[in-house]
Design a protein around this ligand. Structure first.
Ligand code: H79
Length: 424
C-alpha cells in the first residue's frame, strides 16, 4: 500500500473542526470505577458478565447529548462502539455480547449516529483492537487473566486468526450499516510486550488488510495511527505535545490530543479530580496554537445521563464558545511566535492572543510591530490600546517603556480584571 495508489481522504473538516467529543460508554459504567476495572482488579469473566444483565440506560437521550455537544463547541463526536471489554453497543451479528442482549435491547450506535448527524456533527467510531471477551483473543500482558497460569497455557487453543476475522468482520459491519462515517479511532497496539508478557500489534490485527478494507468501503474516512501503520491522525493521549508532532520523516502530523475530564475515560463515580473549565479551555487553545485538535472525553453513566460535574463544564464551554468560537474554529498556528504564558491562534489576517496569565497592565508582543491595525477584546469587542515600541523611548527607569524591547514589539494595554468570561 503506497500513497500513490490509495486516494487520500479529505481532511479539511477535521482541521476546521478543532474540537471533538469522545464518549466512553459501555458496561464499565456500572462498576463506575474506570474502564480498565476488569484488568486492574483481575475481575473474572463471570463477574463482569453480570453487568450485562443490569445495563439499562433508561435515561439515554442521544438528541439531548447531541444538542449539548453542539452548544459546547464540539463539531464531531467519537463513540466507543466496543471497548477492551469486548462489549458492543451495536447489533453485531458476530457476537451476542452486545447492547441488544441487555435490558437496553437496542442498537445504541444507530441512535447515536442518527442524533449527532441530525445536529450536523461529524461521526467517529472508537473501536478497540483489544478484546478481553473473545475466546480467541490470547491472554497477554494487559489481559484481566494475565496472572492465571491456566489461562496463559490455554493460549495454545486460541486461534488468533479467528479473532482477526472477527475484528475485520465487526469493522465491516460498522462501516456498512450506518452510512458515511468520518473517523475511526482504533485502540491500541503494544507489540513491545508488557513486563515480560507478550503484547499485540500490526500482525495480530492484520492492520494492512484492515486498512485496505476500510478504504475500500469508505474512502473518505480518517483513520488514527494506532494500528502500527502510519495513519491520518496521531492521537497523543492525556498530554499536550510541547511542539507540533512530526513523523519519522520530520514532516508535521495531523494530530488530536485526547483528554479526560478526570483521568478516567469510563464513568468513575467517586473520582472528583476534575480539571477546571479554564484548564480545559487552555488545553484546547494550546492544541490549536500547535495546529492540533482536542478530543475531550465524557463517560456517561449507566442510565445514560451525563453527570453534573461534566455538565457544569459543558456549560462553561458553551458560554465561552458563544463569544470566542472564531478564535478556535478554522484557526491554526500563527506565523508569529508568542511570548510565554500566551498562545496565538490565527485565521487569515486575524491573530488571536490568548493570555494565560492575566492580568498584566502591559503585554509585550515582540515581532508584531507594524503588523497590527487594531486590537480588541474578543469577549466584548472593546478596543485595546496598543503602541509600537520605539527604541528612542528606551530611557532608564521609565517603567512603562523598559529597555531591551526591539523596535518590532507591540505593547497592548490590557484592562485590569476580566470582562465576564473565564479567559479573555
Ligand atoms: O480508551 C481509553 C483508554 O482506556 C485507552 N485509550 C483511551 C482512549 C488506553 N488506556 N491506556 N492506554 C490506552 C495506554 C495504556 C498503556 C499501558 Fe501499557 C498499558 C501502560 C501499561 C499497560 C502498553 C502496554 C503500554 C505499555 C504497556
Amino acid at each position: 500500500m503506497t500513497e500513490t495508489t490509495i486516494p487520500r481522504p479529505d481532511t479539511a473538516w477535521f482541521d476546521e473542526a478543532r474540537f471533538g467529543l469522545f464518549l466512553h460508554w459501555g458496561l464499565y459504567a456500572l462498576p463506575a470505577r474506570h474502564e480498565w476495572v476488569q484488568t486492574r482488579e483481575h475481575l473474572s469473566a463471570e463477574h463482569y458478565e453480570r453487568y450485562r444483565e443490569h445495563f439499562d440506560p433508561d435515561r439515554f437521550d442521544p438528541r439531548a447529548w447531541a444538542k449539548q455537544a453542539k452548544a459546547a463547541g464540539f463539531r464531531y463526536a467519537v463513540l466507543t462502539t466496543k471497548h477492551h471489554d469486548g462489549f458492543c453497543l451495536w447489533d453485531s451479528a458476530l457476537t451476542d455480547f452486545t447492547s441488544m442482549h441487555t435490558p437496553a435491547g437496542r442498537d445504541l450506535v444507530a441512535e447515536f449516529v442518527e442524533a449527532f448527524r441530525a445536529e450536523g456533527l461529524r461521526i467517529g467510531f472508537y473501536h478497540s483492537l483489544i478484546d478481553w471477551h473473545h475466546p480467541d483473543f490470547t491472554v497477554d500482558g494487559i489481559h484481566p487473566r494475565r496472572d492465571d497460569p491456566e489461562a496463559l497455557a490455554a493460549n495454545a487453543d486460541r486461534d488468533s486468526s479467528r479473532y482477526r476475522g472477527y475484528l475485520h468482520g465487526q469493522v465491516r459491519e460498522l462501516l456498512t450499516g450506518y452510512g458515511p462515517i468520518d473517523y475511526l479511532f482504533f485502540d491500541f497496539s503494544y507489540s513491545q510486550g508488557v513486563e515480560g508478557l507478550p503484547g499485540k500489534g500490526a500482525a495480530d490485527w492484520g492492520s494492512e488488510e484492515l486498512v485496505e478494507m476500510i478504504r475500500g468501503l469508505q474512502p473518505e474516512i480518517l483513520i488514527n495511527d494506532r494500528l502500527e501503520l502510519p495513519g491520518d491522525v496521531t492521537t497523543p493521549e492525556q498530554y499536550q505535545p510541547v511542539v507540533t508532532p512530526v513523523g519519522t520523516d520530520g514532516e508535521p502530523l495531523r494530530w488530536e490530543a485526547c483528554q479526560t475530564l478526570n483521568g478516567s475515560w469510563g464513568y468513575d463515580r467517586d473520582n472528583l479530580d476534575y480539571k477546571s473549565p479554564e484548564l480545559l479551555l487552555r488545553m484546547l487553545i494550546d492544541s490549536v496554537s500547535k495546529n492540533g485538535n482536542m478530543l475531550l472525553n465524557i463517560g456517561p453513566t449507566a442510565r445514560g445521563t451525563i453527570d453534573p460535574r461534566a455538565i457544569e463544564r459543558l456549560e462553561v464551554l458553551a458560554d465561552w464558545f458563544a463569544l470566542h468560537e472564531r478564535a478556535i474554529r478554522g484557526c491554526g498556528p500563527s506565523e508569529f511566535s508568542s511570548p510565554s504564558d500566551v498562545r496565538y491562534t490565527q485565521r487569515g489576517d486575524r491573530l488571536y492572543v490568548h493570555v494565560f496569565a492575566w492580568p498584566f497592565v502591559h503585554l509585550h508582543l515582540p515581532g508584531l510591530g507594524g503588523r497590527v491595525r487594531y486590537a480588541q477584546l474578543l469577549s466584548d469587542g472593546s478596543e485595546v490600546p496598543f503602541q509600537v515600541h520605539r527604541p528612542e523611548h528606551d530611557l532608564p527607569n521609565q517603567h512603562t517603556q523598559p529597555k531591551g524591547l526591539g523596535p518590532d514589539t507591540v505593547t497592548l494595554h490590557l484592562p485590569i480584571g476580566e470582562p465576564g468570561t473565564p479567559i479573555p
